[in-house]
Ligand binder design. Structure first.
Ligand SMILES: [Zn+2]
Length: 348
């Protein structure tokens, strides 16, 4: 760590504990003052109460609050700390924006102080572990059409029930290599695997087309029209058993935990596991990571753009091209997510 960063880090820690102490002191003295409007209420805080207490930070246009009330106490505490810093002689902060975006709380304070930056970062991390609706402990919950930090109660009201088939073994707890998967198959009702493509987050590729285990007669009209003409054949055309062995070797060769990302776990993951004949390599995470673009409605145009760009070079409905497009969409999503939220996404 460079010396200046090291110093800032250490000083930042020290300064934060001083701020904490001052905030506690301010709270206790506020209780002695007449009128209760300055004191942080227990439980839920109404928005007017929050903005009335910190109008200079939170009122438009210089500031604003656009998040669920479960996070109001986090914003309140941040503003109290900033106010305390101003009392210590720090230049005035002219505004604070608190905004929910893609499941995370983004805080922007108009200040160049790195202590304020540290404080806002800490508050964002706190929000990432707090239900946005009620303020109880929470974590990222994700599904079709939403990504929110919620407690289990508010989460289960929105989330489809998840079944853990098995707990990942201890050596898979480290951040895994992500591998983006797509498959083409005969028909939605009786899917038989035709081709399979995987692209890792560092660009390694696997692709195979199966010479047996399916027939053109079993294909739906859509598949006959859009998918069969895209098949590459040549060296990629392989006997099913051989392709499965080759895939298992390819996954094992990473020599580190690997996790599959798919936008259709019900098909892609099931067909891949079937190809591996239940012999999942030891380093393969026992559950795929489901990536539903629709979980992030605000991102949909960006994600569509990323996919279209990917398909401009390589047409869709080809398993390897689709896996590559999935990877590009994932990169767009992760570069827009709050790091604390991404971290939780990867642990789902
Ligand atoms: Zn809740």
């Amino acid at each position: 760590m460079p010396l200046l960063t090291e110093f800032k880090h250490r000083f930042g820690r020290y300064a934060l504990s001083v701020v904490e102490w001052i905030v506690a002191f301010k709270r206790s003295t506020e209780r002695l003052l007449p009128g209760t409007w300055r004191i942080k209420p227990e439980g839920n805080i109404a928005l007017e109460r929050l903005t009335d207490r910190f109008p200079r930070y939170l009122c438009a246009p210089q500031g604003g609050v656009a998040c669920g009330e479960g996070w109001y106490p986090v914003v309140w505490d941040l503003c109290t700390a900033i106010e305390a810093l101003e009392h210590l002689g720090m230049p005035r902060v002219t505004g604070v924006h608190a905004e929910e975006r893609l499941g995370g709380l983004f805080l922007r304070a108009a200040s160049s102080s790195f202590i304020v930056r540290e404080l806002t970062r800490e508050a964002e991390l706190k929000a990432a572990a707090t239900c946005e609706e009620c303020g109880n402990p929470g974590s990222l919950k994700i599904g079709h059409g939403f990504a929110k930090t919620l407690c289990s109660e508010h989460g289960s009201a929105r989330q489809r029930p998840r079944q853990r088939t098995s707990t990942p073994s201890a050596n898979l707890s480290t951040t895994p290599k992500l591998v983006f998967l797509d498959t083409e198959f005969t028909d939605l009702e009786y899917p038989q695997l035709i081709s399979i493509g995987l692209v890792s987050d560092s660009g390694e590729r696997f692709y195979a087309e199966l010479s047996n285990g399916w027939s053109p007669e079993g294909c739906s009209a859509f598949v006959r029209e859009h998918i069969l003409p895209q098949l590459t054949a040549g060296e990629f055309l392989q006997e099913r058993f051989f392709a499965g062995r080759r895939l298992a070797d390819w996954l094992a060769e990473f020599g580190q935990p690997v996790r599959v990302v798919t936008d259709a776990p019900g098909y892609d993951w099931v067909l891949m596991a079937d190809l591996l004949e239940g012999n999942l390599p030891e380093n393969l995470h026992s559950e795929p990571l489901a990536f539903y673009c629709e979980s992030f409605p605000e991102l949909v145009p960006l994600l569509q753009e990323a996919r279209q760009k990917a398909f401009a070079d390589a047409p869709a409905h080809h398993a390897l091209n689709d896996a590559e497009a999935l990877r590009e969409a994932w990169e767009v999503m992760t570069s827009n997510l709050h790091p604390a939220i991404l971290d939780q996404y990867l642990r789902l």
